[in-house]
Design a protein around this ligand. Structure first.
Ligand code: SF4
Ligand code: ZN
Length: 314
């Protein structure tokens, strides 16, 4: 950044947004970033005026950037906001995440709801599955949708990034999985009764941009990694490598895929409702209730093992 000047005010620049070929100082960066999100939201009709928005915040940089930019947009679109944070019961990591989100909600003056997975009978570490993250995703989606439906929110907003979408799209193209690819929408309307519309206002923002923004705005966020996070995401590494060679690739790629997905329309599989909890399901029992049952069985097996050990010890 040697000798580069901020495009907005002429002071020494500290960062360059390569996709937009613009250098900025720290003071001008937040307004520029927020204008980009506003443009995405308007161009793709991601949010509509007067909507009640439930904002999912984990405490990581992306969801923190989301909450802050939506706060900025709220007065322009007359949105009403509430934050939801899900405490997954992952020891110190979950405690720190909740603390960060409480601080953020207070700072942004947005009401906050914290849901504890343990109140629903289990925690993420208790889920004995090879793919813990997929179980975690199921739990988060279920609790967000349930809360939003019960409290009559119009949409649930999540901090999915351009990196997430580009990696997801490339992986599904490579695997020939068109059905999944076409689920890619910055605004996915609720396709059945009980399913709340999901919006992803940061789908054109990279994780790098989100980090620059939260740092420039001095927002609290948790940089620690979840202990269950996979060591590396190779698909993300691939799309970022292309981005390094071709600035703007990721944004153009996700835009293109979103266009194809919108043109092809939503294919809705037959809808069922869970016999245990009544929420939407793809079979008689929803994925969340299956997880809950699994954890109960695993816990009773543990208890039996403990009792057997105690018997042998006496
Ligand atoms: Fe959940 Fe996996 Fe993310 Fe940890 S890394 S919070 S287990 S999805
Ligand atoms: Zn269920």
């Amino acid at each position: 950044m040697k000798d580069a000047k901020c495009k907005k005010c002429g002071k020494p620049a500290v960062v360059k947004f390569r996709t937009y070929r613009i250098s900025l100082c720290e003071a001008c960066l937040p307004a520029f970033y927020e204008s980009l999100v506003e443009r995405s939201v308007k161009r793709h009709r991601i949010l509509r005026e007067n909507e009640r928005v439930l904002v999912a915040v984990s405490g990581g940089k992306d969801s923190v950037a989301l909450a802050s930019t939506l706060k900025n947009l709220a007065s322009k679109l007359n949105l009403s906001l509430e934050i939801i944070h899900i405490n997954l019961g992952i020891g110190e990591y979950s405690e720190k995440s909740e603390e960060v989100v409480r601080k953020l909600a207070e700072m942004l003056e947005i009401p906050l709801q914290v849901e504890h997975l343990s109140d629903f009978g289990f925690t993420i570490p208790a889920v004995r599955m090879r793919k813990v993250c997929s179980a975690c995703g199921t739990a988060k989606r279920y609790l967000m949708n349930r809360y939003a439906r019960l409290h009559r929110f119009d949409v649930v907003a999540t901090g999915h990034t351009c990196d997430d979408f580009a990696a997801f799209a490339l992986k599904n193209i490579a695997g020939g999985n068109l059905e999944w690819l076409l689920k890619f929408q910055p605004r996915a309307e609720g396709f059945a009764e009980g399913v709340v519309t999901k919006v992803r206002p940061l789908f054109e923002r990279t994780e790098e941009e989100n980090l620059l923004y939260v740092k420039a705005k001095k927002l609290p966020f948790l940089a620690d990694k979840c202990p269950f996070s996979p060591p590396k995401d190779e698909w993300k590494e691939i799309v970022r490598e292309i981005e390094r060679k071709k600035a703007g690739f990721m944004r153009n790629f996700v835009r293109g895929i979103a266009k194809i997905a919108a043109a092809s329309g939503e294919s809705v599989a037959s809808v069922k409702y869970c016999k245990i909890c009544g929420e939407i399901a793809s079979s008689d029992v929803c994925a969340f209730c299956k997880l809950r049952l699994r954890s109960v069985v695993a816990e009773s097996e543990n208890e039996m093992q403990r009792q057997t050990k105690r018997k042998h010890a006496t």
